[in-house]
Design a protein around this ligand. Structure first.
Ligand SMILES: [Zn+2]
Length: 146
């Protein structure tokens, strides 16, 4: 089949993932500065939030709407391989941060960084479920407090 293609002709079916990867590489070489993605400094769940579907980190990002900055966490896999590769895609940063704050409320009174309390957060975009894993030291403290 491949041999029958004439030069300049496109195969009818392109592997979507491969195409997305190739496209990504092309974009990066075309515009090296795009590698420096603007990341909001107040992304408190940076490095803690993971996409349940892909097992990859969800990274902080934002868009500007009507001059206001709207923050998101975006699945790294979706960002790299295209939206169709992941059902979770993005999550409103405000929503997830509020959910985490509500969960760790007793600790937040001490103004402890989230990363010291929370070990890992996973978000499942299909069911909308958030799973928060607390660090063991804090689970122990919670146990004695009760
Ligand atoms: Zn994902």
């Amino acid at each position: 089949m491949k041999g029958s293609l004439h030069q300049g002709e496109q195969p009818a079916i392109v592997d979507e993932k491969l195409w997305a990867q190739a496209h990504q590489v092309f974009k990066e070489t075309e515009r090296p500065r795009s590698l420096e993605k603007p990341e909001p400094q107040d992304a408190i769940l940076r490095g803690l939030l993971f996409c349940e579907s892909c097992g990859t980190p969800m990274v902080p990002t934002y868009t500007v709407r009507r001059r206001a900055r709207v923050r998101y966490y975006t699945c790294l896999s979706a960002q790299k391989h295209g939206w169709k590769s992941c059902p979770t895609r993005t999550l409103s940063a405000g929503t997830i941060e509020e959910a985490v704050r509500a969960r760790i409320h007793p600790h937040s009174l001490n103004a402890v960084p989230v990363a010291e309390i929370v070990e890992r957060i996973t978000y499942d975009g299909v069911s909308g479920q958030v799973r928060i894993t607390l660090r063991e030291s804090h689970l122990g403290r919670e146990g004695t407090a009760l």
